[in-house]
Design a protein around this ligand. Structure first.
Ligand code: SF4
Length: 96
């Protein structure tokens, strides 16, 4: 079982900088990984990654974050509830 939530992003913005600007518009105290120990989002243990993903599910910018992780081909970290294994399976890591 993966980390990915059943929600799928409908984000059509494919520019990392504009996505990041939209993320920054939200108050930090509403974004779990800014309000908690960010190490949880970069844990190597799957159970901890699942915990991070559960917080992402409550985050107002999860869609922007997930798309950013995909565009960056992030090989580490949970971005928008999606870990590196899910990004790799979906073909977002390893593309040229
Ligand atoms: S969706 Fe992104 S910004 Fe929100 S808590 Fe998860 S990792 Fe942090």
């Amino acid at each position: 079982m993966g980390l990915v939530t059943t929600r799928e992003t409908t984000n059509t913005d494919h520019n990392v900088e504009s996505l990041y600007q939209r993320i920054l518009q939200h108050p930090p105290d509403r974004i779990p990984c800014r309000d908690m120990d960010p190490e949880l989002w970069f844990a190597t243990e799957f159970a901890q990654q699942q915990a991070a993903a559960s917080y992402c599910a409550t985050c107002p910018v999860w869609a922007e974050c997930r798309t950013t992780g995909r565009l960056l081909q992030a090989t580490h970290g949970v971005w928008g509830g999606e870990g590196p294994r899910e990004r790799r399976r979906a073909g977002y890591i390893g593309r040229s």
